[in-house]
Design a protein around this ligand. Structure first.
Ligand code: C2E
Ligand code: CA
Ligand code: CA
Length: 469
């Protein structure tokens, strides 16, 4: 529809046995405009004016015909913004909408005229790359798409940093019809999210297996807590200098009747995403305090360590719940340690900061878990109230293998002590590692060498002092 164009319809009738002709000419501009508008609405997204799902399907079908005839590759790029929901929830839908419009503009700038940028809905975009002579050509495009998010978006005078995760499937290798290609690009996008987001993944055959496993876990996780399928195991922690038992880490175990025993590394991320982690976390804390209670009688400095994941911090009731559980159990806050990873601190939300401060001021111990694996930002250690630094087991594993490995541990111990934090090494498996940690001055240890995670009954039978190792 061209702005300003007028449309006319002419009808001619012959009258008087051919002696007269009547021509009726009508201005049908408004009808034509209305029809064009309806067609446009059926094929274009009203917010961004990009092709919508229906037009995307048409274009991809068309493109696949051509690609078969002319033997070129087609790239299907599935893009999903990271944490868009957070922006929508915290800054409002209007801001979210403006961000989507700006994203659409940036994406269009990243690709050639012949490519299609479309919006599937929500914060999901699909880009079709046509006429490719090699799938490798997609790498460059994917890089420039990710790069186009490096500059902040300015929306209502506010600067917003947003990243995106991208999954890619390629015709003909990853599917020869629209639905397979779109589904596989979607799986690859999930993979990119799991790989840490702000990156792209090409589809591989194993991804669909991963996705079906994930779905099975999600399905079985539903109601599993009420069905009594969870149990908390405890792994002992010892003080290096005295060999005394000083605490335990509570670790969740799940035995599903359908899937068998599933590792927490597999089900915790799913529980995080579905929100089930909040109820699971409450279960772990309640159970863990029962164990702690039985120990505080004999060991007055026994401390129970419980893992807290990022989603639990979004639960407004977290502090109250912990406080009331401690009160009910009659346990001093000092006897509880909460282990958090850098994932909780990423994004630097004020709410997380306030929550940690609040927990800390109650007297609860805060430990930085898996130290050394993520960003290891020293700024976090300065800004947040940590009492304990937990050296990740990958460093402990390396320490006796390379000189650098042991130097790193020395540096972490020195730095923690300088900041008035205690250090615990996890994943200690050999006497050599233990000896080295002792000579370096590491305060506490945890690992298979001293005890695996075990049910409460077994834990209650372990020695309170380490046998000489
Ligand atoms: P994490 O917090 O780093 O927990 C330590 C993991 O190391 C545990 O794995 C433990 O069994 C394992 N481990 C302990 N000693 C050794 C050792 O000497 N060698 C080796 N190779 N491994 C050792 P697990 O129980 O499979 O837990 C995996 C992760 O799942 C945990 O990592 C934690 O991030 C998460 N997780 C477990 N339970 C909970 C929970 O109740 N809540 C939350 N939010 N996360 C949990
Ligand atoms: Ca932990
Ligand atoms: Ca850890």
């Amino acid at each position: 529809m061209q702005e300003g164009t007028r449309y006319f319809e002419a009808r001619m009738s012959v009258l008087n046995e051919g002696n007269s002709i009547i021509a009726v000419i009508r201005d049908i501009t408004s009808r034509r405009n209305a029809e064009d508008k309806i067609t446009h609405q059926a094929y274009f997204d009203s917010l961004t004016d990009l092709p919508n799902r229906a037009l995307l399907h048409d274009r991809l079908t068309q493109l696949l015909h051509e690609a078969r005839r002319l033997s070129f590759f087609v790239g299907v790029v599935f893009l999903d913004l990271d944490d868009f929901k957070l922006i929508n929830d915290s800054l409002g839908h209007e801001t979210g909408d403006k961000l989507l419009i700006d994203t659409a503009l940036r994406l269009k700038d990243c690709v050639r005229e012949v490519d299609t940028v479309s919006r599937l809905g929500g914060d999901e975009f699909i880009i079709l790359l046509s006429n490719l002579t090699s799938p490798k050509d997609i790498n460059g495009v994917a890089d420039s798409i990710l790069n186009c998010f490096e500059k902040p978006f300015t929306i209502d005078e506010r600067e917003l940093m947003v990243s995106a995760s991208i999954g890619i499937s390629v015709f003909p290798g990853d599917g020869d019809n629209t639905s397979d290609l779109l589904r596989n690009a979607d799986s690859a996008m999930y993979h990119a999210k799991a790989a840490g987001r702000n990156c792209f993944s090409f589809y591989t055959d194993s991804m669909n297996q991963e996705i079906s496993r994930r779905l099975a876990i999600e399905e079985q996780l539903y109601g599993a807590l009420d069905r009594g399928e969870f149990e908390v195991y405890y792994q002992p922690q010892f003080e290096v200098a005295s060999g005394k038992l000083i605490g335990a880490e509570a670790l969740l175990r799940w035995t599903s009747p359908k899937l068998g025993s599933v590792s927490p590394s597999e089900f915790i991320p799913v529980a995080e995403q579905t929100g089930t982690i909040v109820a699971l976390g409450e279960f772990v804390l309640s159970e863990a305090l029962i164990l702690a209670k039985s120990y505080t009688v004999n060991l007055d400095d026994f401390r129970i360590a419980v893992n807290l994941s990022p989603r639990q911090f979004r639960d407004a009731n977290l502090v109250n719940f912990i406080q009331s559980k401690l009160d009910d159990a009659g346990i001093k806050p000092e006897r509880l340690e909460l282990e958090i990873t850098e994932g909780v601190l990423l994004g630097g939300s004020q709410h997380v900061y306030n929550t940690l401060k609040e927990l800390h001021s109650l007297g609860i111990c805060i430990a930085m878990d898996d130290f050394g694996t993520g960003y290891s930002s020293l700024n976090y250690l300065r800004k947040y109230p940590f009492n304990i630094l937990k050296i990740d087991r990958s460093f402990v594993n390396d320490m006796t293998l390379t000189n650098n490995g042991s130097e790193l541990i020395k540096a972490m111990v020195g730095m923690s002590h300088g900041l008035q934090m205690k250090v615990i090494a996890e994943g200690v498996e050999t006497p050599e590692q233990f000896a080295m940690l002792k000579s370096i001055g590491c305060d506490n240890v945890q690992g298979y060498l001293f005890g695996r995670p075990m049910p409460r009954k077994d834990f209650e039978n372990i020695d309170l002092v380490l046998p000489a190792i």
